[in-house]
Design a protein around this ligand. Structure first.
Ligand code: NAD
Length: 485
């Protein structure tokens, strides 16, 4: 089990290479910081080039061993990993809150939801089979086999360090691939404990590996490496484009789950109370550091003042604090870097003419806290209306007709999520058809559902990480045309 850190035993996160937890050969580490206190709570080992070389060689061996295990037996191992993750959810959730800042209940929910993800993919692995296609003549037929694509390099972020990573790890393993994960150096401990459940459940050495280090050095080593056959990344659009270009140059299969700038359209016939309460929850979840977070609130003119007021009252009432403190509804941002980024976006929006309805400042206490912020009448020229803020800021504007709302919603190159609040079937039909988004929530917010597709369009990426097609990211289809006469 994860020892919770104390002054005498801080978190000590190591690399996993060939089934062995070890320090980097260069001896380098980075501190792990608690964003609620700015105090150091441990350290994470960083990989040097010899570590990456060993990890890739182990992934090649691990792939050969793991793919040879029958899918039913692989599924048994994965189900065991899911059970272990559930058993350890409190301890891993505690570490997650400590290094990332989200309230403890949300951290535990992330971990136990990740166990469901493993269960889902364990079962999908059993169903990854091909087809028999009738031939054009009596003596011929065609069949297909689905085969694991090979060792996978996965890169995952700090906002959901367990649930984002487990989608890649579980799907790749279920498909019969080995997987080398680079977790986020900002939040390594919970991610490492998620990986540990697979090791403890019996995934062979090398079939799963874990690296931390200089992100660009690791991606530049892994992506071109001939052993690596697929790349899966969750993170920002600029980094995603960089990695997709590298992968393209080396003809590697790619899945990209990138940022969003979700519009939330509130029609004049919406249930305003439902819209305000649901959207406040989704907006300020994880201090706004959620790729699906509603960001541009587009509100019908007739209900604009009432919606802004109710949303602002609810935002103002949120209880901020250390994620480990009783009653905390919103924790700090993950880092000083994100605090500065959000502060700059708010300052610029106000300077551009936005009206500050609430928040807008850091909170006067230790830790990377930023007050839940609502900005009304935000001009389209404000940088926050164009760049993903990834923080606790809601940007509001009103519209006169739905065409105007659709044009604004689709204006940006992002295409991840969108929200619609209306009681009209006609509005819903029109908006769900015309909005350029990979995922749309109607009169509700999203909850984790591994059984449903998860992914974006436009610059928000490609490939899905949920639903029945997600495992295909890690499978190749082989066609066999035979003469049977
Ligand atoms: P960033 O772009 O510096 O980093 C984002 C993530 O990419 C981090 O986990 C980082 O370790 C990783 N990364 C950076 N360069 C890399 C490289 N060359 N190779 C491999 N991985 C690399 O952004 P940030 O300041 O940490 O976070 C803010 C931005 O990140 C926002 O714009 C947000 O969209 C994005 N983000 C998105 C998600 C998501 O779930 N889609 C999660 C976290 C961050």
């Amino acid at each position: 089990m994860l020892p919770l850190p104390s002054a005498s035993s801080p978190l000590d996160v190591q690399l996993l290479i060939d089934g062995v937890w070890r320090a980097g050969t260069g001896g380098e580490t980075l501190p792990i910081t608690n964003p609620a206190t700015e105090g150091r709570v441990g350290q994470v080992a960083l990989a040097a080039e010899p570590d990456m070389r060993d990890a890739v060689a182990a992934a090649a061996r691990g792939f050969a061993e793991w793919r040879a295990i029958a899918p039913f037996d692989r599924a048994r191992v994965l189900r065991r990993a899911a059970d272990l993750l559930r058993e350890r959810a409190d301890a891993i959730g505690a570490a997650l809150t400590l290094e990332q800042g989200k309230p403890f209940a949300q951290a535990v929910h992330e971990v136990s939801g990740s166990a469901d993800t493993i269960d889902w993919f364990a079962e999908e692995g059993k169903r990854a089979f091909g087809q028999v296609i009738p031939g054009r003549t009596a003596h011929a037929n065609v069949s297909t086999r689905l085969e694991p694509v090979g060792p996978v390099a996965a890169f995952t972020p700090w906002n959901f360090p367990v649930s984002q990573a487990v989608k890649k790890v579980a799907a790749a393993l279920a498909a019969g691939c080995s997987v080398l994960l680079k977790g986020s150096e900002d939040t390594p401990a919970a991610c490492a404990e998620m990986v540990r459940v697979f090791v403890d459940a019996g995934v062979p050495p090398g079939a799963i590996g874990l690296l931390f280090g200089e992100p660009a050095a690791i991606s530049s080593y892994l992506i071109p490496h001939p052993v690596i056959r697929a790349v899966s990344f969750t993170g920002s659009i600029p980094v995603g484009k960089l990695l997709a270009a590298q992968a393209g140059a080396h003809m590697k299969r790619v899945t990209m789950e990138l940022g969003g700038h979700a519009p939330a359209i509130i029609c004049d016939d919406a249930d305003l109370e439902l819209a305000a309460t649901s959207l406040v929850r989704m907006k300020f979840m994880n201090a706004g550091q959620v790729c699906l977070a509603p960001t541009r609130f587009l509100i019908a003119r007739a209900v604009y003042p009432a919606f802004v007021k109710r949303f602002t009252d609810l935002a103002r009432a949120l209880r901020l604090g250390d994620g480990h403190a009783e009653g905390t509804e919103m924790g700090p941002l993950v880092s000083q870097r994100r605090l500065q980024a959000v502060e700059a976006l708010v300052t610029e929006a106000v300077a551009a003419g936005a009206h500050l309805a609430c928040g807008g400042t850091r909170v006067d206490r230790r830790g990377y806290f930023f007050a839940p912020t609502v900005l009304a009448d935000v001009p389209l020229s404000a940088r926050a209306m164009n760049e993903e803020p990834f923080g606790p800021m809601a940007l509001m504007r009103c519209f006169d007709d739905l065409d105007e709302a659709v044009i604004e919603a689709n204006r940006l190159p992002y295409g991840l999520a969108a929200y619609i609040f209306t009681r009209s079937i006609r509005n819903e039909a029109l908006l769900t058809e015309r909005l350029e988004a990979g995922m749309i929530a109607v009169n509700r917010i999203f909850s984790s559902t591994v059984e449903a597709p998860f992914g974006g369009v436009k610059d928000s990426g490609y490939g899905t990480e949920g639903g029945t097609r997600a495992i295909l990211n890690f499978l190749s289809e082989k066609m066999i045309s035979r003469f049977v006469g």
